[in-house]
Structure formats: structure tokens, C-alpha cells
Ligand binder design. Sequence first.
Ligand SMILES: Cc1cc2nc3c(=O)[nH]c(=O)nc-3n(C[C@H](O)[C@H](O)[C@H](O)COP(=O)(O)OP(=O)(O)OC[C@H]3O[C@@H](n4cnc5c(N)ncnc54)[C@H](O)[C@@H]3O)c2cc1C
Length: 556
Amino acid sequence: MNFDYIVVGGGSGGCVLAARLSEDPSVSVALIEAGPVDKNILIHVPAGLALLAQTKAANWNFSTVPQKGLNGRTGWQPRGKVLGGSSSVNAMVYIRGHKADYDHWAAEGNEGWSYDEVLPYFRRAEHNERIHDEYHGNDGPLNVMDLRSPNRYVQDFIEAGRQAGFRITDDFNGADQEGIGPYQVTHRNGERFSAAKAYLTPNLGRKNLTVFTEAHTTRILFEGRRATGVEFRRAGRLEQIGANHEVLMAAGAFQTPQILMLSGVGPGGELAKLGIGVVHDLPGVGKNLHDHLDAVQVVVAPQLKETFGVTLGGIGRVLKAIPEWRHHRRGILTTNFAEAGGFVKSQASEPIPDLQLHFVIAKLVDHGRKTVLGHGFSGHVCVLRPRSRGSVTLASRDPMAAPLIDPNFLADPDDVQRMVRGFRLMRGLFNQPALAALGGKEHPRSANATTDAEIEQFIRSHADTIYHPVGTCRMGNGATDVVGADLRIHGLEGIRIVDASIMPRIIGGNTNAPVIMVAEKASDMIKAARLSGAAPAPQVVAFPGTAAHAATSLAA
Ligand SMILES: Cc1cc2nc3c(=O)[nH]c(=O)nc-3n(C[C@H](O)[C@H](O)[C@H](O)COP(=O)(O)OP(=O)(O)OC[C@H]3O[C@@H](n4cnc5c(N)ncnc54)[C@H](O)[C@@H]3O)c2cc1C
């Protein structure tokens, strides 16, 4: 069975590609997703996020290797395993990053990726319900809105920001990112609006779009250096499909490099040691992993009954909220928990914000995987452009095994210093009259840390990812770069990467909207290549054994 394009991974990047490429009815597109259809109700009720973390539904649940910088601890690395990918399990904060991030990509030689050049793709993707200006889109598939039923304590956090002297903003994605304010979210009508809901679900009726779910890609098929198809495991059987034009890798920052390495594309020596035949020795595959490390300071405040908390009253409020959400799509179940935050400078000399804050209306411990009794709130801080770099490598040649994930957190002392300043900055906000008046108390776990050395120890003992791994197939033209500015893999034909892996350096903010932008831009490049004849003429590649296992088309 052949398709013009095969998209590997139905997450943020993959859903955009599948939808945009299948707009042309003469083009056939297959999307291969390891997880199921996004039916789980916890995905769609925004507050379901908390239970998704605890039940581990729709999630790969990866762990890091022990992190030297985190006192030998192993970090958690959740990733969505479902249509919509991580956009189906994320915290729904809509952020693009700083203008300077994209200008930096372009300055490194990635032509076409400056802020002015990517802004049209952010706008094309976006349907902002509130903001109508030259920075925002109002006709795109991705709905962006203010929270419908914001928590009352959000205003106290913002007021504390004002009292501390920060700029207050209600748009982090416009002319100026800096400041403190409420986050806009990828919701529509009080529901999560994942990349699947925005791009894929509305287009499942297209006859030229075939979606394979619960289909685990095991390797890319090559003839010489040309990608010709994909092998995947579904219902216990191996199947193969062919690509007339291109294979498009969108399996995310951990699994795109993993699948490439399993297919013989990566550091030749490492692959040979595992007995994998080398198709193309590309040393940068899996390198340059970096991520936002996040420190959480919890404030205990039993009297703040309108925060989310495990108490009799708190559970009662949630139970009462179920019919409100069911009938009106309003109320506390529309929360994304990280309702407000900010982009601030850890010291006055910083040219642009180097820290992001998230204000969470619950006592968050261990990513919400641990049930914590009582009420309160949490202040998160992360360093936006960490210098530490790690890697993704293969644990074995078994495609069903998890890769070895090593973000190498806090390897660079500069990251530690910024985190310590960020921790102090968050405490400074807690101490402003607006938050202090709420009468909470910082939990002794962090409150006992007062000197720089103690704060550093707290961070090393408790911080973990805020879920933005990127960079493992870096875009650029150097020896360790993996894709060029057109996202084609260096040295190979018929294959591109369109997900968080390609970011040369992480953007200053949350990564869902940026990946969607990358895929919007990629879809134009892919279409243009086909129309200009730059892609090879369609060819039929026969793979044995596929005919008997016809694709499950959700469109059917
Ligand atoms: C808990 C959490 C909270 C987050 N919060 C936010 C937030 O509030 N705002 C924000 O902007 N960003 C947030 N992010 C980050 C953001 O969601 C991701 O950066 C973004 O979704 C990544 O897109 P992607 O296309 O690179 O990968 P993904 O969306 O992860 O997609 C990869 C897809 O590939 C599939 N796949 C992987 N391996 C295979 C295989 N072998 N075969 C077939 N399919 C495969 C996966 O199942 C998945 O569906 C969060 C992420 C998480 C996990």
C-alpha cells in the first residue's frame, strides 16, 4: 500500500501536517500513531489533566536516566500517546516564545526562520477569540481564548506582580513578552483544544487521509539513502507502507531520533555497537537534548477553599462542578491549573526575560502524581534558555523499548545560578502584600532554604522538567546538525523532520504553539517542493505482506 506522504506520529506536528497536506484531494496522506483515538474524557475536560498525570492514561511515561545535577534522581518525562500527542495531555498554555528566539535561529544560518518570517505561520494557525491585532490570527484552526472561569486567586498573583514592580500584561504573544498576567489557553467552549481537535478531527472525512492508530512505527525503510516507506507494528503484526514522495517524522523529541537510530540513521559507531546496520552516519541524531527544568515552591493555605485541594469540601466542589461542565462547559473543571504566570528577568542586566513563572492553583508535588491533602497554591520557575545539553540514545535495538533520555539537567553552572535567582524572585512575589494577605505559608520543604547553597540543594533535590524537551535533531548546517532549514535530513532523500526535535535552541516559553508553527511552515515547504517538481515523481514500491492488512481509515 502506498501513500504520497507518510506522517510518523499524530501529535502537535503530525496533526498539522496530516491536515494541511490532505487539503489537496489529489494527494494521499497516511498518519501513523502509536496511541489510540482521543476518546478518553479526561483529555477533553481541562481539569482532567490532574487525573491524566495520576492514571498515566494516554502517556508514554518515560523516565530519564539518573541525573547527576539532580542529586542522582530520575526525572519523569510524560509524553502523549494518543491522537494529538502531547497536545492532548499538556497544560494548554498558549505561548510562542520571544521574538529573539526565532531571530537567533535565523542568525545561526537557518534561512526563513526569523520572527518576521514565522509570525505569519503563528497567525495562520491561530483563532484568537479576544485579541485582534497584527500579532494574532483570528481565522486559524487552533482556538485560543482566556479561561472562562478563572480562579479568584489569579488576581492576587497578578497584583503581587504589580506590587513587585513587574509590568502587567494580558498578552504574552504580542509586541512585548515581558510581564506577569493570566495565560491564554488552547481551549474552545470550555474544552481542551488539542492539535487533533484543531486539525485532524474535522478532516477525518477526507477520502485521501488514512489514520492508523495503535500502530507503533518500528523503522523507516530505505533504498540506499532514500526513504521509501515505514514499517509499523499493529495488533501484533508487522506491516509496511510505501511513500511516493516523503516520509515526515513527527514522533517528538525523544522518539523521532529513536526511530531514526533504529533505522540506521545516527551516530555510526553507537549504532554499530548495537548491531544496527548504518544507513547514514549522522552524529547529531539524539544529541543537543535540552529542556526547561522547573522548581516548585508550594504555599500551604488551608483557608483558601477555592484552590484545588484534597479535602472533603474540595472534593465536594469538584463533584458539584461536574454537571456545570457537562451542561454549560463552565466552572472549575475548565481550569488548566497553570492559570497565570509571567516572563521576567532574573537580573536587571538581562536583555530579555530569562525566566518563566507558572502560578498553579493547587499544591503541586511530583507533577501532581502524589496526592497531597489540603489547600494552597504553587509557584513554578524555570530557566528559559538553559545551557546544559544532554542526549537521547538507544537502550537496545528493540523498537518497543524506551530510549535512554538524559537531559543532563544543571550540568552548566549558569543554569544553577539563574534557577537560584528565580527561586528568590518567586519568594519575593509570595511576600508581596497581595499574596501575603491570603495568609498562606511556604511549605518547609522550600521555606527552609534561605542561603544560595540551600536553595541550590532544594533545586537539585526537587526540580524536574516542565515538559519541553527539544533539539535532538537540530536544524542547522554544522557537522552535528541533522536537518537543514527546509527540515530535510542532511544526506538523505525523501525524509524530513517536523516536530520539537528540530529546534536548534529552545524557545523562551511553552512549546506546543511553536511546534504547530513549525508544521504549518513545513506544510508550505512540502507542498511547494511537490508543485515545483523538486520531489521525485511518484513511484510504486511494493512491500510484501501489506495487502492482507488494509489500513483502518478513521475516515471510513
Ligand atoms: C504534561 C505536559 C504539559 C505540557 N504543557 C504545555 C503547555 O501548557 N503549553 C505548551 O505550549 N506546551 C506544553 N507542553 C509541551 C507541548 O505539548 C509539546 O512540546 C508538543 O506537543 C510537542 O509536539 P511534537 O509534535 O514534537 O510531539 P508530540 O505532540 O509528543 O507528538 C509525538 C507523537 O508521536 C507518537 N509516536 C511516538 N513514537 C511513535 C512510534 N514509534 N510510532 C508511532 N507514533 C509514535 C506519539 O504517541 C505522539 O502522538 C506540555 C507537554 C506535556 C507532556
